[in-house]
Design a protein around this ligand. Structure first.
Ligand code: AMP
Ligand code: MG
Length: 492
């Protein structure tokens, strides 16, 4: 057979208890909905082949190309705080890995390609709506420069999936630097399988963190590296108003990428209590709770690693605790550095934290739109205060005026020309985010009318989130009252 895709499957070379070999289940009438051509090229894949009959057959799970070794990976996880010792890929099948144009190893996975030994009562399928949501939001995150899994393709299966109603079925081809999760470590830790834990840790170190510090102990270095990556990632989320929605430990990537886009959404008006997920009754995964939840998840990761940290359990616990204590500082410094950038500040001033806090509080009281406030401050950065476009976003404009004069005074201490500042701010504060009402409208048009136009347009807008795009101004707007989406369903 001719080699079309140069797969090199390092995860499948791990022992068999790490996964189950499984063939995708073919579908009736596959149709390509979208192919991500730039990503295909980055991966060294031929877009023409991928969008031809053989490529579509692979993306639909109707054929397994030479070199692929399809598997469902085993993992466990804490879901909403409760531990499930056995989850695993129930509707995702890893075809294999390729090394991309930059020398980076990437997983190619089909999501929705049929049942696996881990499907439990699930059908192994995905509905078109959830596939499009993941496509839109993961690609938007990539456009925003946030570490994330990517969407290579979406295909319709030509079959229905039974949820509350029958919905069109689809398959997403997801690309990730790996699909190893905190829950993958928990899977082996829960079984007391220290040998597997060590093999997994060695695999992750070689693949993601080849130069860990860890003062001589590579596993301590791994723990430090994962904590640093997660702290940086969640800070990025907070800086753009992203709410993951299901930060279960099986949905937290060891590589520090945003993964598993379910009921995720972007916050419009600033409120730390914002929750969209219809299954998150108590707001465990609200916007403002994401940093402590990340720390909680990392504590579960550290627990899983204990047998590798020291022979003596008490010593291992104390080592782990020391490292976990770095999380808050790492997160806070990433967050503050990010907010400084958002406000156009290149120097550090001890009063900046207070300045940032005051703006957020003013926004919350004035129900101002998080994204637009920073964008308009950027666009106004050259003008004097008062009469600024930012004012209109606040229910309490006089409070903003007070804050803005503090900010402008602070700017006087900056060594940077105002124009340079304005440019830098417009490159860090997006104009376009995947607003939930736009995402829902694009999904609805596709699912109910078979109209992919709004989906395509939204993807195009979000590929350039920092650029003004003439004719597309409306995409920057928050929802009108009647357009507001208050709950996002998993719709899996
Ligand atoms: P998620 O909430 O999407 O992260 O999924 C949690 C677990 O449920 C994972 O083990 C999934 O593989 C599994 N799962 C979710 N939906 C399905 C489905 N339709 N069929 C089989 N397994 C599923
Ligand atoms: Mg998941």
């Amino acid at each position: 057979m001719m080699v079309i895709i140069p797969f090199d499957n390092s995860y499948a070379r791990l022992p068999e208890r790490f996964y189950a070999p499984v063939r995708p289940t073919g579908v009736a009438a596959p149709r390509l909905v979208r192919l991500n051509i730039p990503l295909a090229s980055e991966l060294g894949l031929d877009p023409d082949w991928l969008s031809g009959p053989e490529g579509i057959a692979m993306l639909a799970g109707n054929s397994v190309v030479a070199g692929a070794f399809p598997i469902a990976t085993a993992y466990a996880g804490h879901q909403f705080g409760g531990f499930s010792p056995q989850l695993g890929d129930g509707r995702a099948i890893l075809l294999g890995e390729v090394v991309d144009r930059h020398g980076q190893r990437r997983d190619i996975q089909l999501k929705g390609a049929g049942p696996t030994p881990f499907s439990r009562r699930g059908d192994g399928r995905a509905a078109l709506g959830s596939v499009l949501r993941e496509y839109i939001v993961s690609e938007a995150m990539a456009g925003l420069g946030v570490p994330t899994t990517r969407a290579l393709a979406a295909v319709l299966t030509g079959e229905g999936v039974r949820r509350e109603t029958v919905l069109p079925g689809a398959i997403l081809t997801r690309v990730a630097s790996s699909h190893i999760r905190i829950g993958t470590f928990q899977f082996f830790a829960a079984r007391g399988d220290v040998e597997a834990l060590r093999l997994l840790a060695d695999h992750v170190i070689a693949r993601h963190y080849p130069d860990p510090a860890g003062s001589g102990n590579p596993y301590l270095g791994l723990l430090e590296a994962v904590i640093a990556a997660q702290a940086a990632l969640v800070a990025r989320w907070m800086l753009i108003g992203f709410i993951h929605g299901v930060m279960n430990t099986d949905n937290m990537s060891i590589a520090g990428e945003t993964i598993d886009y379910g009921p995720c959404a972007f916050m419009d008006t600033y409120d730390p209590g914002t929750v969209f997920s219809s299954i998150d009754e108590y707001g465990r995964y609200s916007y403002g709770n994401q940093p402590p939840i990340a720390r909680w998840n990392l504590t579960r990761f550290a627990e899983a690693l204990l047998p590798l940290l020291a022979d003596d359990q008490d010593k291992a616990v104390s080592i782990a605790q020391d490292v976990l204590n770095h999380f808050d500082g790492l997160f806070q410094s990433s967050l503050v550095a990010g907010f400084r950038q958002k406000l156009g500040l290149v120097t550090d001033d001890p009063d900046d934290v207070e300045l940032i806090k005051a703006l957020l509080e003013t926004m919350q009281r004035g129900q101002a739109d998080f994204t637009l406030v920073f964008r308009r401050l950027s666009e106004d950065a050259l003008q004097a205060a008062n009469g600024s476009a930012c004012r209109d976003l606040f229910g309490n404009p006089a409070e903003l005026d007070d804050w803005e004069s503090r900010w402008r005074e602070r700017l006087l201490k900056e060594p940077v020309p105002a124009e340079t500042r304005q440019n830098a701010m417009c490159r860090i504060n997006p104009l376009f985010i995947p607003r939930n009402h736009r995402v829902e409208a694009a999904i609805q048009a596709a699912v109910e009318q078979g109209d992919l136009g709004p989906f395509e347009e939204l993807i195009a807008v979000l590929a350039r989130p920092y650029d003004r795009q003439p004719g597309r101004e409306d995409y920057a707007l928050p929802p009108a009252f009647h357009e507001r989406v208050t709950a996002t369903f998993c719709g899996t």
